[in-house]
Design a protein around this ligand. Structure first.
Ligand SMILES: [Zn+2]
Ligand SMILES: [Zn+2]
Length: 130
């Protein structure tokens, strides 16, 4: 089984994630823009048992980040952990988004990802996160 690893900018927090993600997405919503300080977030979703995190992270509204360097890391509930894929090394990760959320907030200079399902807002499926 493949294990991917990552770390925050300062290296204080490290992640090791086993296996392939259940899904990979991009979200252009207002919260994701503000949280990331960028135009969108890019994340993969795994079962929490597949993700091993070391180091100290702090949480704001369910989003965990490194208190030292501020790098965004993951959010988590009982059934899913959503990892910000930009923390993985090496880059590029080769992980391709299968869907995009809140495309009505997408910057006009960004094109849709080839083959990715497009949603104007959140995924309609129950329990879906952004
Ligand atoms: Zn850090
Ligand atoms: Zn979002």
């Amino acid at each position: 089984m493949i294990t991917r690893t990552g770390q925050c900018l300062c290296g204080q927090v490290t992640l090791a994630i086993e296996g392939e993600p259940m899904r990979i997405g991009i979200c252009h919503c207002t919260d994701c823009r503000k949280e990331s300080g960028s135009a969108f977030t890019y994340y993969g979703v795994w079962h929490p048992a597949r993700a091993n995190v070391t180091g100290k992270s702090v949480e704001y509204r369910g989003q965990c980040f490194c208190p030292q360097c501020g790098a965004r890391l993951f959010s988590k509930n009982d059934t899913e952990v959503e990892i910000k894929l930009g923390v993985l090394s090496p880059a590029p990760t080769g992980l391709v988004p299968s869907y995009e959320l809140w495309v009505k907030r997408r910057e006009p200079w960004l094109r849709p990802v080839d083959g990715a399902e497009q949603f104007d807002e959140d995924r309609p499926a129950p329990g879906a996160g952004g």
